[in-house]
Design a protein around this ligand. Structure first.
Ligand code: DC
Length: 236
């Protein structure tokens, strides 16, 4: 078998702030795969909607206008010389703008809109056409790539996740309290799990990973071992 034929699709799903992106990015780098952060795509659509006045002060989203505007929203990822990826929205680097607490607090209702999910799912599937991809999100192993050869579902306590997120936001200079971040984590969990379209759930064939008390090195090792086992099993 040529090495191209052995390339697989790796889906890493789970709750917010479980470190999915960090471990997915690390795995992709270690095995020479492309990494795609699907959450960044939902964040980019949210930022676009905010900038175009489609999210009211009470948080309601103008679903019809946003659905009609989807063809105007182009999202891509650009690889920087240091190997990191930046999210591009219609050619603009929005990597920092999509990570604010303001975007985090509006993203769940945007991600619940069926037209948004369909458009992004199509984009994500085309990104995985040639396999050799690690994608993280909420519905990658259930909806986007139900036949992915490797599926992992990450979880950790809401308190641990809020602590991690607070550290990240504080490091970027955002002035937020632990209470605000914990509330955001909990409300996003609820909205992600209870939306009608592709709710967050663990695929029946996913490997569960609770990383509440795991170091980042241990998680990376866990994923790499699982990948090696899947590739070895496919070869045998
Ligand atoms: O992983 P994240 O926190 O950056 O994701 C941002 C939001 O996007 C999250 O609240 C849920 C949503 N999302 C989704 O619905 N489906 C995905 N595949 C990825 C993210």
């Amino acid at each position: 078998m040529s090495s191209d034929k052995k390339k697989i699709i790796i889906a890493i799903d789970g709750y917010s702030s479980t470190g999915k992106s960090t471990m997915a990015r690390h795995l992709a780098k270690a095995i020479g795969y492309r990494y795609i952060d699907s959450g960044a795509m939902y964040r980019a659509v949210t930022l676009w909607a905010m900038r175009h006045g489609m999210i009211g002060s009470d948080g309601t989203v103008d679903v019809d206008s946003l659905s009609a505007s989807l063809p105007d929203i182009k999202i891509d990822f650009e690889v920087q010389p240091d190997g990191t990826q930046t999210t591009m929205l219609n050619g603009e680097n929005v990597e920092a703008d999509i990570r604010t607490l303001e975007v985090s607090s509006h993203v769940s209702p945007v991600a619940a809109i069926p037209a948004v999910r369909h458009a992004l799912t199509d984009m994500q599937r085309s990104m995985g056409e040639k396999k050799g991809i690690v994608m993280d999100g909420r519905d990658i192993g259930t909806t986007v790539f139900p036949h992915a050869e490797m599926k992992v579902f990450c979880d950790a306590s809401a308190e641990k996740r809020a602590q991690r997120r607070l550290l990240e936001l504080s490091a970027k200079g955002e002035k937020v309290s632990y209470k605000e971040v914990l509330e955001n984590v909990r409300s996003r969990d609820y909205l992600d799990e209870h939306r009608e379209e592709s709710p967050l759930r663990c695929a029946a064939d996913a490997v569960r990973l609770d990383n509440s008390d795991m170091t980042i090195d241990r998680q990376n090792e866990f994923l790499l071992d699982l990948y090696k086992k899947i590739i070895a099993d496919a070869d045998s």
